[in-house]
Design a protein around this ligand. Structure first.
Ligand code: SF4
Length: 198
């Protein structure tokens, strides 16, 4: 797993606080290649996560191309917050699996990205054979009375796979009970989505 630094969101529950700001590179491409050469028979996949990988745009896409040329038998997964629709479109040519966060019906709470951009990204994501939408159920961003609306947005975009993730407390907002998470899962499943709780 490779972490990129810098993020264009400011989620209150972020557990990668140190990666929110861009730092100077600490690992080189060569280090990644050497790692895979050494573990050619034991490591199957490279995951690129953040921070927010899409901030590296073309630079990152070029790296993924080079990686694939060197290791054609390895899988590449990319995590994204869905803020860059062009980046997502270009990933179609390069990545095997994309996981995108869905964070709220009101992205203005923690970013300058509009809710419409996120809907477009969901729709692009739905074209990937292997995709997942991850919802961290932070009650302040995802109030219970938004469950139905969120299910509607996600199913309308053509998405098939969703994971509902419990939020790990960083403030005094209590996580939802497992019953509430199950209720959310049921609402999503009623829209023909395949759902797991993590
Ligand atoms: S999008 Fe991810 S990395 Fe960025 S602030 Fe939110 S939780 Fe943290």
């Amino acid at each position: 797993m490779v972490f990129t630094s810098g993020c264009n969101f400011n989620c209150l529950y972020c557990h990668n606080q140190l990666l929110k700001n861009k730092t100077s590179a600490e690992i080189t491409e060569k280090m990644i290649y050497d790692f895979f050469i050494k573990r050619r028979n034991t490591v199957d996949a490279l995951t690129i996560t953040g921070g927010e990988p899409s901030l590296y745009g073309e630079e990152l896409l070029d790296f993924i191309h080079r990686f694939r040329n060197m290791f054609p038998d390895k899988q590449v997964k990319v995590d994204t917050n869905g803020s860059d629709t062009d980046f997502l479109k270009n990933l179609k040519e390069t990545a095997d699996f994309i996981a995108m966060d869905f964070k709220s019906t009101n992205y203005g709470l923690f970013s300058e990205i509009s809710d419409e951009i996120i809907k477009k990204s969901l729709s692009i994501l739905s074209d990937f054979k292997n995709h997942e939408v991850r919802i961290t159920v932070y009650p302040y961003y995802i109030p219970e009375n938004d469950f139905e609306k969120i299910s509607e947005i996600i199913s309308m975009s053509g998405i098939k796979n969703v994971s509902v993730q419990q939020y790990r407390p960083v403030d005094n907002i209590k996580p939802y009970s497992i019953n509430i998470l199950n209720n959310f899962k049921n609402i999503l499943e009623n829209k023909n989505l395949s759902v797991i709780i993590k």
